[in-house]
Design a protein. Structure first.
Length: 228
């Protein structure tokens, strides 16, 4: 990206760190998650597009999710606010349980040096700490990616945990990169099989964060539990 702060921010913002189809009920998969999942098994988690009354709750969820992460400056909420203000929140979904917002994911447009169009960046994605590792982040991401496809998106990219995002089909693609980010934490997923080449630039809203150095190294060392 043109801004140094933005390049640094992308090293960690996506690690954790929508549109008109309406609400999608989700039941967590107990067999794949830790003790405690059964407590919410009989209650429906709804994945839906954000509304105005969710904005403050999204901020609270984002702050809580990133609060203890060393790879974060705990300013991801400002990124979301900047994207929203710029009209760049192409997709913004919340996970709701019993009327309470417990998770959020954002998707925004990116530009690619070779001129490829209709590619998007994923993140931030946040889940309240007490609901992490229960499949909620996974459900948010899967629904968001599905809605991107409905918008005729060509693909999605992110900077994230080297282990977590491969399960969604994201891979490290040679020749596709984000400046200043280690290649092993930059991922892309093409929806149509066509793979662009060159530098990926995230939306300018990501400049709404001041960064510390070394975020990429910290991300490579982050434990898997820090994924949503």
């Amino acid at each position: 990206m043109a801004c140094t702060r933005t390049r640094s921010h992308a090293r960690h913002i996506f690690q954790r760190s929508l549109w008109p189809r309406g609400s999608v009920p989700v039941t967590p998969d107990v067999s794949q998650h830790e003790k405690g999942t059964r407590l919410i098994m009989t209650r429906k988690i709804v994945i839906r597009t954000e509304i105005d009354s969710d904005i403050g709750k999204i901020t609270e969820v984002t702050v809580a999710a990133f609060k203890t992460l060393e790879i974060s400056n705990q300013t991801e909420q400002f990124i979301i606010e900047a994207l929203r203000a710029a009209g760049a929140l192409t997709i913004s979904l919340v996970a709701e349980l019993d009327g309470r917002v417990i998770g959020h994911v954002a998707f925004s447009p990116v530009t690619i040096a070779d001129g490829a169009r209709n590619w998007y960046g994923l993140g931030p994605v946040s889940v309240l700490p007490e609901y992490q590792r229960k499949g909620i982040g996974k459900s948010l991401m899967e629904e968001g990616l599905s809605r991107l496809k409905d918008l005729n998106a060509q693909g999605c990219c992110l900077v994230g945990h080297p282990e977590y995002y491969r399960k969604f089909g994201f891979t490290n693609i040679p020749g596709l990169f984000h400046e200043g980010v280690p290649p092993e934490v930059f991922f892309a997923l093409s929806f149509d099989g066509n793979v662009p080449r060159g530098e990926v630039t995230f939306h300018g809203g990501f400049e709404a964060d001041g960064q510390k150095s070394g975020a990429g190294d910290a991300l490579r060392q982050a434990p898997l539990e820090q994924a949503p």
